[in-house]
Design a protein around this ligand. Structure first.
Ligand SMILES: Cc1cc2nc3c(=O)[nH]c(=O)nc-3n(C[C@H](O)[C@H](O)[C@H](O)COP(=O)(O)O)c2cc1C
Length: 174
């Protein structure tokens, strides 16, 4: 898990994700890193990566992720799977909702990475998002500014999906 945050919301969501992964796969199953001042090699040692990032200032990347772009461009993501969750405000920034994960997902794809953990856009009332592909987001969108009561269940539903797509859980057909 790699996350960046300005005001702590993404850190809180990252801790929730980590807690739920550990509950399913055990305490040693996941490492957590804040992206601030990390290098490319800090990420490239992993093949299964969860990235958490908010969107700031009308569709901009959070500052630490902005600074990380040159590092990402040095990483070969071939054979790596990456799942995103994004924090945003669907009403206050309806035309830029969770743009950050859409922008960053493209970088990862351009570097050969495989994206996992897409989710439905239903349940959100934004106008536009760079995170959208058809009727899906390129990851999980969380809006703790307006729908904090849904955060836990959104994460709870997403983790098994990501772990299955990562090949770490067998899908339960029952
Ligand atoms: C000045 C400002 C600009 C923002 N810009 C956007 C935006 O463009 N798109 C969006 O979805 N959310 C935007 N937000 C909402 C934040 O992404 C949201 O509050 C998020 O939870 C912050 O995460 P953090 O605490 O991890 O930094 C903005 C919030 C503020 C205060």
């Amino acid at each position: 898990m790699f996350y960046g945050t300005d005001t702590g919301n993404t850190e809180m969501a990252a801790n929730l994700v980590v807690e739920k992964v550990k509950a399913m796969l055990g305490d040693d199953s996941i490492d957590i890193h804040e992206i601030y001042q990390k290098t490319g090699s800090d990420m490239s040692v992993y093949n299964l990566i969860i990235i958490g990032m908010p969107t700031w200032y009308d569709g901009e990347l959070q500052g630490d992720w902005e600074e990380y772009i040159p590092e990402i461009k040095e990483i070969d993501f071939s054979g790596k799977k990456v799942a995103f969750f994004g924090l945003g405000d669907q009403y206050g920034y309806a035309s830029f909702f969770c743009d950050g994960i859409g922008i960053f997902a493209e970088f990862i794809e351009n570097q050969g990475g495989e994206l996992c953990g897409f989710t439905s856009t239903s349940g959100f009332e934004h106008d536009f998002s760079k995170a959208e592909r058809g009727d899906q987001f390129v990851g999980l969108c969380l809006d703790v500014d307006n729908q904090d009561e849904l955060t836990d269940e959104r994460v709870e539903g997403w983790i098994p999906q990501v772990l299955e797509e990562f090949g770490l859980l067998v899908k339960n057909e029952n």
